[in-house]
Design a protein around this ligand. Structure first.
Ligand SMILES: Nc1ncnc2c1ncn2[C@@H]1O[C@H](COP(=O)(O)OP(=O)(O)OP(=O)(O)O)[C@@H](O)[C@H]1O
Length: 344
């Protein structure tokens, strides 16, 4: 919560209500401003009309972000960076790579390689720009305990020698690609630039997105500013916690707020936001179509790029661009190998 935001200054909010709100992730005016009276009344045990008053007051107090001039928008858009996969077919499909100031959603069934994508891009984002990177660092919100430093090690060792050499030079690491000591130092410097936090439940995940906002903005003058924010998986906690049909609206509202928080981190800090999402592998009446990503419409409207990842023969994966502004839908093939994501 911003230091000047005291929930108890809102009408009808005493210490007990403030505590309940915070426990449920409503820890900022901004979060309250976009809540619904019904949701608030349930979470904070207040009547709907008090809930409405709280929301109105929060809206007045919140810095929701106002209008920008067209030239400010242009200036911001001119800074958009492309984070490359270093896989020609995939990069061509994305017209260069994953964009900063956008949310890219990668969805697919278990084992399709979603976490491999988050790991690979956490490496690639750190590469020099002439090698497809953004000379940046990554924040990794890990909700399924998927982050593996060993996998980062594999992927660094899997880079071309030319890229390793350039990266070593960039970081002032002496030695040759493949030399034990130099590679250890390189790995350590890559891992230092990936800030990982485990999210224990959906509210914690929402809080971590707030934390990410601070971290990303504080890093902007650093040697490696935050240029990638991964959330792996975006939806797993929400799916596990909001299980009944009656909770669907609440789940969508929370997800919606969370996505907007993430979008803001990306917009304000010229950062690419990469979220993973499962498909409903066990079709049921609640989650519906097994080839559709969890989260339904809200996610569809918020994520700017959507990628459907599918298993094919062996290590082959089909990378399908489903929905993207200004880009044609299409498919590319890549493989998941020991050394990371590689061309077919
Ligand atoms: N070291 C490795 N060498 C080769 N292939 C690997 C290696 N590590 C993982 N893989 C491949 O990646 C797949 C797992 O991918 P990943 O964990 O990214 O899937 P996911 O889509 O995130 O799945 P889930 O939804 O279960 O989290 C494995 O099935 C395997 O094919």
């Amino acid at each position: 919560m911003a230091a000047n935001e005291d929930l108890e200054e809102l009408p009808g909010v005493g210490p007990a209500t403030a505590e309940k709100l915070q426990e449920n992730g409503f820890d900022s005016y901004q979060g309250l401003a976009v809540a619904s009276p019904g949701e608030l009344s349930n979470t904070a045990d207040v009547g709907e009309s008090t809930a409405s008053d709280i929301i109105q007051a929060a809206r007045k107090a919140a810095d929701i972000g106002g209008f920008e001039s067209g030239s400010q928008v242009l200036e911001r858009r001119e800074e958009i960076g492309k984070l490359s996969f270093n896989i020609e077919e995939v990069d061509d499909l994305l017209s260069g790579g994953v964009e900063t100031q956008s949310i890219t959603e990668v969805y697919g069934e278990f084992g399709s390689g979603k976490s491999q994508v988050t790991h690979q891009l956490s490496v690639n984002v750190q590469l020099p720009k002439e090698h497809g990177g953004l000379h940046g660092s990554a924040i990794f919100i890990d909700s399924e305990d998927t982050f593996r430093p060993e996998r980062i090690d594999d992927m660094i060792r899997g880079l071309d020698d030319e890229i390793i050499a350039a990266t070593m030079e960039d970081r002032g690491i002496e030695g040759e690609p493949g030399e034990d000591e130099a590679m250890e130092e390189l790995l350590e410097s890559f891992l230092d630039n990936i800030h990982v936090a485990k999210a224990f439940n959906s509210n914690h995940q929402i809080l971590l997105a707030e934390k990410a906002k601070e971290l990303a903005s504080e890093s902007q003058d650093d040697e490696f500013p935050t240029r990638l924010l991964c959330v792996d998986s975006l939806t797993a906690h929400f799916r596990a916690e909001y299980v009944g049909r009656g909770q669907l609206a609440e789940r969508q509202q929370k997800l919606n707020k969370h996505l907007h928080d993430l979008m803001r981190v990306g917009d304000l800090n010229n950062t690419a936001v990469l979220v993973t999402n499962q498909v409903a592998s066990n079709p049921d009446s609640f989650f519906g179509d097994p080839t559709q990503p969890i989260g339904g419409n809200i996610l569809g409207h918020t994520s700017t790029f959507r990628v459907y990842l599918r298993k094919s023969k062996g290590s082959k994966r089909i990378f399908k661009l489903v929905d993207a502004p200004n880009l044609a839908d299409g498919e590319a093939i890549m493989r998941v190998e020991d050394e990371g994501l590689v061309p077919e």
